[in-house]
Design a protein around this ligand. Structure first.
Ligand SMILES: [Zn+2]
Length: 335
């Protein structure tokens, strides 16, 4: 297949013709690219869920059983989390993140008690499935962990169905590199000449079952479903006691997390993929970065990056007006 040439002209500044070599076309082909260029032109309509749908399960850290309802959302509303037991709503945005120990926790600034934890796996599923607007009701302090992946949320979204809305989707284009560090760990967002959003992540653990792993991908719905959605969260056996003492991981079990002890994976069924660990960390990054509120155009690079660095990275990007710009249709919401 020859490289695709796509011409677009919205303003003189945007006037360009991009010749894309085959190497840039992912396994999903041109469809990946078409998710990006019409986006930049504001020609992709926002999507929400067609119907409400619910599930129940325990929270990984709280151990509390909660009911989660995914509901259709208004155009330009983004993903709104709602503590249905308290009647408090908090937008799923980076600036509402109040805790990043082991999971990403949202709370409104005027209601710090109305926390909703472990939002990253459902955020990743909604973002990757192209759901721009939805209300996520949770009747307790934490989203159910289910099997520790995004797959059950993708299943719920598929069952609910998607509906196009009148508003157009925008995106956040990274214009210059932004980097945050924490000791040896770091995370960066860089501009990209290629369309869409790419991720590249490395991890390094002393536990021999994990060791050093890296993974790179171009984000698309198909790639997320195929490569990341079923990869489970994980923990080290020796850290479980410390986490429980800190009031965390109370709902953790071999049914919703991989537990590693040195060179051993304690789950009877073993791993779903040899590199399931780094793929899960990338799934987390997709969910954490979705808290930008709009799709990103650029490249994410990270080494041992987790929820804390992912959130600091978004804060660093979006607090620097020279580092990004809005393209497409959502200027009103982000303004
Ligand atoms: Zn996770």
């Amino acid at each position: 297949m020859d490289g695709a040439v796509i011409e677009f002209a919205r303003s003189d500044q945007d006037r360009a013709a991009i010749a894309l070599p085959d190497a840039l076309l992912g396994p999903d082909g041109v469809s990946d690219l078409l998710n990006d260029l019409p986006l930049r032109l504001g020609r992709v309509r926002q999507r929400t869920l067609r119907n409400p749908i619910h599930c129940e399960g325990v929270g990984l850290h709280s151990g509390r059983r909660t009911r989660l309802v995914l509901r259709p959302g208004e155009p330009d509303s983004g993903i709104l989390f709602r503590r249905s037991d308290l009647g408090v709503t908090v937008p799923g945005r980076f600036d509402n993140v109040v805790d990043t120990r082991l999971c990403t926790v949202l709370a409104p600034s005027d209601r710090p008690d109305a926390r909703i934890g472990t939002v990253e796996h459902v955020m990743a599923a909604l973002a990757a499935c192209g759901i721009d607007n939805a209300v996520v009701d949770v009747d307790g302090p934490e989203v159910p962990v289910l099997d520790g992946t995004s797959r059950p949320f993708v299943f719920l979204i598929d069952c609910a169905g998607a509906a196009e809305q009148e508003s157009f989707r925008g995106l956040i284009e990274v214009l210059r590199p932004v980097r945050v560090e924490d000791g040896p760990a770091w995370a960066e967002l860089r501009p990209s000449h290629a369309p869409g959003f790419t991720l590249s992540l490395g991890i390094a653990f002393d536990a021999a079952a994990i060791g050093r792993q890296s993974y790179s991908m171009r984000l698309s719905e198909a790639a997320f479903r195929r490569e990341l959605a079923d990869c489970r969260t994980f923990t080290l056996r020796q850290e479980i006691e410390a986490m429980r003492a800190a009031g965390l991981a109370r709902g953790g079990s071999l049914d919703n997390a991989i537990v590693v002890d040195g060179a051993e994976v304690l789950n009877p069924g073993g791993l779903r993929r040899a590199d399931e660990f780094v793929r899960h960390k990338m799934l987390d990054a997709v969910g954490d970065l979705a808290l930008a509120g709009l799709p990103l155009r650029g490249a994410f690079h990270g080494f041992r990056s987790g929820h804390g660095l992912n959130n600091r990275l978004l804060r660093a990007l979006l607090s620097d007006p020279a580092a990004w710009r809005l393209s497409g249709g959502a200027v009103r919401r982000a303004a």
